[in-house]
Design a binder for this molecule. Structure first.
Ligand SMILES: C[S@@+](CC[C@H](N)C(=O)[O-])C[C@H]1O[C@@H](n2cnc3c(N)ncnc32)[C@H](O)[C@@H]1O
Length: 282
């Protein structure tokens, strides 16, 4: 299991790149416009009035890179899969821009190839969900060291919240009443339903994406329209054989507070299980 998060994982991501949904509007792996708007608000709030602003992106998420470039930053995307970089760069608005930069490398080794204190902002779309829980401290420390004094880290992060777990049927009722599209249903069931005992281990804090995927495929026959159609949209969109690491919200925030001050948390999606954090280096 660990090797899925290790150096060889770059190869797994390269396979993902071959099938990555390039319709960026229809994937849970994509920050939605309402979420990109939160990143934008945070950047507007912190942007210092000075030149030569430098941003590091953990991963190659095109929406975040475009946003940084639009706001005047030099944006460096760091990703250990060159295939993911290439595929995601191909859907960028500013792909040919001189401030659009890339580097191939593992985030957990970035302290070896960058000087300390060089970035104004570091952003990522669920980067911590893609490293093992044991590596969170290391990644927070590396990120902190790479930031300038007063520099900010902005991340979307999947969390679980045991105190507000809901029955799957209750969540599906919201879908039935058209209060959720398939991506919101995806996150709500994946992270926030009591069913997640099947795919989430409280011990390892890992979600087994394959188990969730099989559950969805079997469950489709048990539900009625329009929820059935929402589940059908999930099929084929999940990386079988892969894992996400997901911490309980409080545990994550206690860890964050060791390295960063929490400036703002916004939770744009329904059950609030993909909060976006604005953090300032302590
Ligand atoms: C951070 S998520 C971002 C998902 C993104 N929103 C998208 O649209 O694909 C996944 C990305 O992180 C990269 N990645 C995962 N673990 C990494 C690591 N330890 N070092 C560098 N890149 C990593 C993967 O190659 C992949 O491109």
């Amino acid at each position: 299991m660990k090797k899925l998060f290790a150096k060889t994982a770059a190869k797994t991501w390269s396979k993902v790149a071959q099938t990555r949904e390039l319709d960026r509007k229809s994937s849970p792996a994509t920050p939605r416009p309402i979420e990109v708007a939160v990143f934008r608000r945070y950047l507007k709030k912190i942007t210092p009035e000075k030149r030569d602003l430098k941003m590091l992106i953990l991963g190659a998420t095109p929406e975040l890179r475009d946003l940084g470039i639009a706001l005047g930053y030099e944006v460096l995307a760091a990703d250990f899969s060159m295939d993911m970089i290439n595929v995601l760069t191909s859907v960028m608005k500013y792909q040919g821009h001189q401030r659009n930069l890339i580097i191939k490398g593992n985030w957990l080794e970035m302290d070896r190839f960058f000087k300390q204190g060089i970035f104004d902002v570091i952003m990522g779309d669920a980067p911590f969900n893609n490293v093992l829980p044991k590596d969170y401290r290391k990644l927070f420390l590396i990120v902190k060291e790479l930031l300038k004094p007063e520099g900010c880290l902005i991340i979307r992060q999947m969390v679980v919240e045991f105190s507000s777990v809901k029955e799957a049927e209750e969540i599906e009722r919201m879908g039935q009443q058209k209060r959720m599209d398939w991506i919101e249903l995806f996150f709500s069931i994946y992270l926030g339903s009591s069913k997640n005992r099947i795919w989430y281990s409280r011990k390892t804090k890992l979600v087994d994406i394959s188990k969730f995927s099989y559950w969805v495929e079997n469950h489709i026959s048990e539900v009625k329209s329009p929820v059935k159609e929402l589940y059908k949209k999930m099929v084929g969109k999940m990386r079988k054989g892969a894992y996400h690491s997901v911490l309980p919200r409080k545990e994550l925030e206690n860890l964050i507070k060791k390295y960063f001050a929490i400036i703002k948390i916004e939770k744009p999606l329904n059950l609030g299980l993909t909060p976006i954090y604005l953090l300032r280096k302590k």
